[in-house]
Design a protein around this ligand. Structure first.
Ligand SMILES: Cc1cc2nc3c(=O)[nH]c(=O)nc-3n(C[C@H](O)[C@H](O)[C@H](O)COP(=O)(O)O)c2cc1C
Length: 146
């Protein structure tokens, strides 16, 4: 069964909630999904062996969290060209991080991404839960070749 890895960077847990809902959506589409905190990624091998990648960070001071920046340098070495994926994150008002991550995955890694990044104020507000699951389902469908 194809497998997706979701890596999230969070300070207060909102981005983790979104990551877990995206994982559920991917499973609804029939693929496997694992969500891990960026702090668990120590070396390139920790990222290897998946068929799709979804990266997310909360926005603080207009930026993604430091751990996600470092993880993207590791991911650069994986050779992700053509693999399905997406980017996401919780935000308060400006929400730069998901778009920055998305742009890196698209322009540098040359991945086959869903059409845009997912930005949510919270997974529990304004249909956020549904949106996060749907985002996962879209990635899952790409992964299943649908
Ligand atoms: C000190 C601080 C700075 C923040 N800076 C931004 C920001 O520049 N832009 C933005 O959209 N949200 C900003 N936020 C809001 C967070 O992105 C928001 O609370 C988000 O839900 C946190 O996600 P997390 O629980 O995954 O860490 C900031 C929050 C704090 C506490």
């Amino acid at each position: 069964m194809p497998k997706a890895l979701i890596v999230y960077a969070t300070r207060t847990g909102q981005t983790q909630n979104i990551a877990e809902l995206i994982a559920e959506g991917i499973r609804f589409a029939g693929a496997e999904a694992k969500a891990i905190n960026v702090n668990q990624v120590k070396k390139q091998e920790d990222l290897e062996g998946y068929d799709a990648y979804v990266f997310g960070s909360a926005t603080y001071h207009g930026e993604m969290l430091q751990g996600m920046k470092q993880m993207l340098f590791l991911a650069e070495k994986l050779g992700l060209k053509g693999k399905p994926g997406g980017a996401f994150g919780a935000f308060g008002w400006s929400g730069e991080a998901p778009d920055r991550i998305y742009d890196t995955m698209k322009n540098i890694f040359e991945m086959d991404l869903v059409p845009s990044a997912l930005r949510l104020k919270s997974a529990s507000l304004q249909g956020g839960m549904q949106m996060a699951q749907d985002y996962g389902r879209q990635i899952g469908k790409k992964l299943m070749g649908e």
